[in-house]
Design a protein around this ligand. Structure first.
Ligand SMILES: NC(=O)c1ccc[n+]([C@@H]2O[C@H](COP(=O)([O-])OP(=O)(O)OC[C@H]3O[C@@H](n4cnc5c(N)ncnc54)[C@H](OP(=O)(O)O)[C@@H]3O)[C@@H](O)[C@H]2O)c1
Length: 342
């Protein structure tokens, strides 16, 4: 099979690190160049010492636009609102896989409310929302993919079978926790180790950017779902991982077996969703591309638990899953590795 020449924009961050770790050993990818901002000019293995012995690449400047012509696929690992300035200059023959939020939302007003100004919103319609389990066929036909946010990935995967089956009555509550790597490599007061290591707190009440993304994806699956969602994020004292507890009521009494049947049917043929009895555990998915999902049922009350590694299924692993699908490789190429235990 053809090997794709790959460029990575923003490879010195955490998402970029995980992209490099997997693409440097991917049988159908050759990383031709990678850019950085403050780390420009440094060797990749100086910034990411875990990659020693795997590459001699040096970080190019982020204005390295002449390089577009050398590659077949570009991964964008930039902070929000940076991709929108680059995408208009990238030739259409080059596939784009964006990790940021710039092209996820379809409604310009909703985008403006949550992210601010967009400089190339007209190009949004060229992007497919890259939650592979929901949009595999569209991803396959697309050359531009906007990968979902990490919280959105866990939340949508945990809700999709129930939304599609139209069994939900009333408001859904997603109570989600993340590890510190979700905030990227640049430390801030809220993400600094002493503030986070032995503490637990909520943040972004009623205004998290992943809220509209979750509603958009689920309403596309079932337009009759009313979209009533309370979405609350928390900082948990771990480095990697998202854990979402999802609380909802069903229209009628359901058994655990009936709820399980909806999940089993929906995720049949999707290799990266594992259905577990009871609660999953962030440790079991850490460093893997798996989403582990469990549930508990009591009459009309259902709680779903969904966990992923934010940097893998929540970001770079999912991006490579989409790369595989877009380029016609087996979906699990370079990704079918279990997590670690403990
Ligand atoms: N972390 C996660 O769990 C996660 C999950 C899903 C999606 N995402 C999304 O993926 C994207 C990357 O996240 P991340 O966690 O990898 O972020 P990060 O660790 O902060 O890395 C950001 C990258 O962008 C570069 N960069 C920063 N400012 C730039 C600028 N003004 N111009 C050009 N390059 C610039 C940085 O270069 P230097 O380091 O050299 O300055 C670095 O390579 C974000 O949009 C994020 O929201 C992240």
């Amino acid at each position: 099979m053809k090997v794709q020449k790959v460029g990575i924009v923003g490879g010195s961050g955490y998402g970029g690190s995980e992209l490099l770790r997997r693409l440097l050993v991917h049988p159908y990818a050759e990383v031709v160049w990678v850019t950085a901002h403050s780390q420009e000019g440094k060797r990749v293995d100086e910034v990411h010492p875990n990659l020693r012995g795997f590459t001699d690449l040096v970080f190019q400047p982020s204005s390295f636009s002449e390089a577009w012509k050398e590659v077949d696929v570009i991964f964008l690992g930039l902070p929000h609102s940076q991709s929108m300035n680059l995408v208009p200059d990238i030739p259409i023959r080059v596939k784009i896989i964006d990790l940021a939020g710039d092209y996820r939302l379809k409604d310009p007003d909703v985008f403006a409310e949550y992210y601010g100004e967009h400089t190339s919103f007209l190009l949004q319609s060229e992007f497919v929302y890259g939650l592979t389990e929901l949009n595999r066929e569209a991803v396959q036909l697309s050359s531009r993919v906007a990968c979902p946010g990490c919280f959105a990935t866990a939340s949508i995967l945990g809700l999709a079978p129930l939304v599609q089956a139209d069994v939900i009555e009333g408001r859904v509550i997603v109570d989600a926790k993340t590890g510190s790597s979700g905030s990227g490599i640049k430390p801030s007061a809220g993400t600094h180790h002493p503030s986070r290591a032995n503490s637990f707190y909520a943040y972004k009440m009623f205004n998290h950017r992943h809220q509209p993304e979750i509603v958009q994806a689920l309403q596309e699956l079932n337009p009759s779902w009313d979209g009533r969602l309370t979405f609350q994020t928390h900082s948990a004292p771990m480095v990697r991982g998202i854990f979402a507890s999802i609380y909802l009521s069903t229209k009628e009494v359901m058994t655990e077996e009936q709820v399980g049947d909806l999940f089993r049917e929906f995720y049949e043929g999707h290799p990266f969703v594992r259905l577990v009895g009871g609660s999953p555990n962030t440790n079991w998915v850490k460093q893997s591309n798996f989403a582990d999902i469990g549930w508990a049922v009591d009459g009309q009350d259902v709680t779903v638990f969904a966990t992923i590694d934010n940097l893998v299924k929540g970001a770079s692993g999912q991006a490579i899953q989409n790369f595989n699908v877009m380029c016609g490789y087996p979906e699990g190429t370079g990704l079918m590795v279990p997590g670690t235990h403990p």
